[in-house]
Design a binder for this molecule. Structure first.
Ligand code: ADP
Ligand code: MG
Length: 212
């Protein structure tokens, strides 16, 4: 029998939010990744596009946020503006009924003055494209030293788009004891190299979907 989100360790509040928009059963990748992420393990998750990788990392992150603190606790790096917007939208939908979690998206093409203003306030989760986030690091307008969970989303796309130097520079800004999670549809050798360099004994979780 497939488990539900509560059995995976997701709280009632978030489970209710999910239910309110029709999500009741975890996908395979969610079932396999949510428990180890909640336990603090580092994971490399590989599953095809459209298998629900976004919620696989968003749900456990939302469980971990301490709203009493105003620090950035989780950072999600993703290759494109569209993905950053989508992830932030999905996360905001989930926390509609929860108090106090702030999520900020940062991507190129967005007004810098607006981003600077938002960065002065309390933000718990930042969803960003690497280029624009690195601009903020250079301006010293963002402090990533408090990031406890770092997510490299669509890692294969990020590397294909040439973001490796930016991603590495950003990783150096976070604390060395962070939990790093890597999500990707494919696993080229560059990703293995990145994982070997920056992750601590990660567990690989792969969901192979049969082609019809
Ligand atoms: P991926 O990152 O693996 O390509 P997404 O996280 O973007 O996939 O998810 C694809 C779609 O599936 C989204 O519209 C999302 O809302 C939906 N989805 C995710 N998890 C579930 C679930 N457990 N049940 C039903 N729909 C889901
Ligand atoms: Mg995705």
């Amino acid at each position: 029998m497939l488990s539900d989100f509560l059995q995976l360790g997701i709280s009632k509040d978030i489970n209710n939010s999910l239910k309110s928009y029709g999500i009741t059963k975890p996908t395979k990748i969610q079932e396999l990744t949510i428990p180890p992420i909640l336990q603090g393990k580092e994971i490399i998750a590989q599953a095809q596009t459209g298998t629900g990788k976004t919620l696989a990392f968003l749900l456990p992150i939302l469980e971990k946020i301490d709203v009493a603190s105003s620090e950035i606790q989780a950072l999600i790096l993703t290759p494109t503006r569209e993905l950053a917007q989508q992830i932030a939208k999905e996360a905001k939908k989930l926390i509609e009924n929860l108090d106090g979690v702030n999520i900020l998206s940062i991507y190129g093409g967005q007004d810098v003055a607006h981003q600077l203003k938002k960065l002065k306030g309390a933000q718990h989760i930042v969803v960003a494209t690497p280029g624009r986030l690195l601009d903020h690091i250079r301006r010293e307008s963002v402090d990533l030293s408090t990031v406890q969970t770092l997510i490299l989303d669509e890692a294969d796309q990020m590397l294909h788009m040439g973001f490796l130097p930016e991603v590495e520079n950003i990783i150096f800004e976070t604390m060395s004891t962070r939990q790093t999670l890597l999500f990707s549809a494919t696993m080229p050798s560059e990703i293995r190299k990145l994982a070997n360099k920056y992750m601590n004994n990660p567990e690989t979780i792969q969901v192979v979907t049969k082609r019809i």
